[in-house]
Write a protein that binds this ligand. Sequence first.
Ligand SMILES: NC(=O)C1=CN([C@@H]2O[C@H](COP(=O)(O)OP(=O)(O)OC[C@H]3O[C@@H](n4cnc5c(N)ncnc54)[C@H](OP(=O)(O)O)[C@@H]3O)[C@@H](O)[C@H]2O)[C@@H](O)CC1
Ligand SMILES: [K+]
Length: 501
Amino acid sequence: MSPLAGPILTAAEIRGAEASAMAAGATVDSLMERAGQQIAVAVRRLAGANAILVVCGPGNNGGDGYVAARLLREAGLKVRVAALAEPKTDAAKAARAAWPGGVEPVADAQPASILVDALFGTGLARPLDAPDVPLPSSQRKLGSQAASAEQPPQETPASAGVMARNGAAATPITAKLRALAQAATLTIAIDLPSGVTTDDGRVLSDIPVFDITLALAAAKPSHLLQPAARHCGTIRILDIGVATTSAAQVLTRPNLPPPGPDAHKYTRGMVAIVAGSMPGAARLAGIAAMRAGAGYVLLLADDHSGPDALVHKPFAPQAIADPRIGALLIGPGLGRDADAVAKLDATLVTDHPLVIDGDALHLLKGNRLTTLATRDTPLILTPHAGEFDALFGASDASKIKRARAAAVQANAVIVFKGADTVIAGPDGAVRVAPGASPWLSTAGTGDVLAGAIAAMLASGLAPLEAASAGVWLHGEAAHRAGAAFIADDLAQALSAARATE
Ligand SMILES: NC(=O)C1=CN([C@@H]2O[C@H](COP(=O)(O)OP(=O)(O)OC[C@H]3O[C@@H](n4cnc5c(N)ncnc54)[C@H](OP(=O)(O)O)[C@@H]3O)[C@@H](O)[C@H]2O)[C@@H](O)CC1
Ligand SMILES: [K+]
């Protein structure tokens, strides 16, 4: 069991990885057995001596559930199995056949202290309550005498002997799942919470929020993308012997060494920030850049307020021509008036690595974006959802796909912000940030992020690494800042985030 990290694979990619494992000698059954073993080890650790209910679906996710149930039972735990339908795949059929206990219809299942959801995983194709949900079969596999003796009699439905009752489909599966989850003290989803898609973070049905999700082989996009991610609870990855690689990775702590003994302010990186009609936002970005580790921050603003460490100069083409500038940030509090447009156009013709945020993103629409894409120097755009839609168009596609397409279109690293920030480069590389603090939803936090990213870019990191490091520092600072912080606190907390070992 390892924490959420490493490659992120779509359903098609995980099927490809599974196929490679099979080409190397594994079988679906051996992979399922291994998955079931790993699930059983994890559930045993989490469940203690508590009774367990495993709910199984018709596919291989259900098969994993049958294997885990058998192994947990062999380990001496009190386990019951409820199924939604007869297994459809050969491997799941074999796994069910090897389960020595009874199988009750999910509709009739009594709750247990531990709920294990093995209804659907990467094969979920439609909402759980859709009318074409397969009906359970009319057969109920009776357990052995010994197995039956272990089943609490009150948990065997009056309709025992048939797996389905007419009207089972009329009981919405999700309502039942919610009830079972509500009555449990711990809920564990296998691979994915049943009812979420694998690839794009959608929640297709009204399902519970699980305490733990045991992701098989690797993370999937919906473990990170909202709203599905919030249904997963704590995510742990189980190694089931399937090798996984992907251009998309879970964002993890960057390697940011402290300054060397010979460092000086310019080697640490000089950030210049173009201020506009709301200079407070640019100041926040400037403070954030310093606290993220920049050696020198120049605020191109007419007013002189803010910490003394920020150097102020009025905006002028000569000021932004300074060759020592390692990253030029424009957008926070820029405004969208003629003055803002003039500043943006002057900025875009420099050769500096650029970070473009906020108002400047709105001004990029059309020709400026097209021209920008022909630039050779590093470029990072940091849109939130509204800015992204305005710049690249709205779409229902996955946030990862959209960020990748935008990165190609703009020939830039895109930081598609939100509760599930996606960072994408034009070469297809992607990082997705897990677990953002909900307290980040306050004014000025985007300015702080832009400043942190600019500091990373000025320090000499490649754009994707700079954006990733900035997003990580920002997320870490938010966790350190606690609850109901203001953006100034967040900027302040970057120093401690930067010091994280
Ligand atoms: N990755 C790996 O290496 C390994 C992966 N393994 C495991 O396999 C899992 C993927 O298995 P899977 O492909 O059989 O899909 P799964 O999620 O069980 O569901 C498919 C079934 O559900 C049905 N169905 C779909 N939607 C439905 C709905 N809304 N309501 C009702 N029915 C619906 C669908 O029916 P159909 O659409 O064909 O009518 C089909 O019968 C994966 O998550 C992991 O747990 C391990 O066992 C081994 C190694
Ligand atoms: K599941």
